[in-house]
Design a protein around this ligand. Structure first.
Ligand SMILES: [Zn+2]
Length: 341
């Protein structure tokens, strides 16, 4: 390692890599980038004892005329080895930096966890991910929320925080699977038959998490509590954020009538409690309909509804879904008029 090099950035020697060589020969790479590469290469030569001026724009092309200098150009094998070694050492240094600093130790000294969760914790902090970690040890599941503020969230940071908090409260390790709300979040979790971009219960789950977050948010505001932002920037309308209000309206009768059972099931992972009162088939169909309407919304349903395009295929499908939804709720009502059925 030479003076002024850090594990965080490419070492001078790495500027001789194939990637940088291709950039030097490319017609689309800017002159400034090429000059920077040449300057770094000159600094490398200078560190090896070559008398040269890295800030002279003609210096690089001049000294490369010399066969002796060209012999100093490192091999690709050496460059790759250095790069790999630097990156490994950087990871190790970051891990030490995050996990041995006072803040980390203070935050976690009240939670009894073993050393093997430090790496998952660190990876979440490093990647700035908004998530609940499923790191666990002999004592069980470790429920930790890392909340990273993302771009374009001004005015609704509290909403996002509460939404993530709902996930954190609902998260647990059940039979070795990280469960959260209606979902088990194993890597090969079943995909939605409507939109394979999502897990099977993901959009339904997200809609309920949004509804609970909105409810808490409204209560906090009644009390004049603004978690993260001043009232001036606070955005009132988060009803279509993450999940559209159409979806929330679809789920509302379920929440209005079976709120406690839904929350119990989401926290405990005991889906049987929900199936018992509303029926598994009804639950599955509700999930399907929410996922399907969500898909229609992503295809442009809302604008078509706004323009009363009743004959549009999307609108027709939406209306069919609403009729099916009405029937699902009707069946749920019948089921509960006769307890035990
Ligand atoms: Zn979510």
């Amino acid at each position: 390692m030479f003076e002024n090099e850090s594990l965080y950035d490419e070492f001078y020697i790495e500027y001789f890599s194939e990637k940088e060589e291709a950039e030097l020969n490319s017609n689309t790479v800017s002159g400034a980038v090429k000059e920077a590469i040449k300057r770094m290469r000159l600094v490398y030569f200078k560190n090896l004892g070559v008398d040269c001026d890295p800030f002279d724009p003609n210096e690089y092309d001049r000294i490369m005329q010399s066969a002796t200098i060209r012999m100093l150009v490192p091999s690709q094998k050496l460059i790759k080895a250095v790069k790999k070694y630097r990156e490994i050492r950087y990871e190790e240094a970051q891990l030490l930096f995050y996990t041995e600093c006072d803040e980390f130790i203070h935050q976690f000294d009240k939670i009894p966890f073993s050393k093997n969760v430090i790496v998952p914790l660190y990876s979440r902090i490093k990647d700035n991910t908004v998530c609940v970690t499923e790191g666990s040890d002999d004592l069980g599941f470790l429920r930790v929320l890392f909340f990273a503020i993302k771009p374009f969230t001004l005015g609704k940071i509290d909403f996002m925080f509460l939404h993530e908090l709902v996930h954190a409260i609902e998260s647990d390790l059940i039979d070795g699977i990280h469960a959260c709300g209606f979902e088990g979040l194993e890597l090969n979790a079943e995909r939605s038959e409507v939109n394979s971009k999502y897990r099977k219960y993901e959009r339904f789950n997200e809609t309920v998490a949004d509804m609970l977050a909105i409810e808490v948010r409204e209560k906090l505001i009644e009390k004049g509590i603004y978690i993260a932002e001043d009232e001036k920037v606070w955005i009132r309308d988060v009803y279509n954020f993450n999940s559209h209000s159409i979806l929330k309206k679809m789920v509302k009768p379920l929440m209005d009538n079976y709120r406690d059972i839904v929350i119990h099931a989401r926290i405990s992972g005991d889906m049987d409690a929900i199936y018992y009162v509303i029926g598994k088939d009804n639950f599955e169909e509700l999930n399907y309909l929410v996922s399907h309407v969500d898909y229609l919304i992503s295809e442009g349903l809302v604008a078509k509804l706004d323009h009363n395009l009743d004959d549009d295929p999307l609108v027709i499908e939406y209306k069919e879904d609403m009729e099916k939804l009405e029937k699902v709720y009707e069946r749920i009502r019948q089921l509960n008029e006769v307890p035990g059925l």
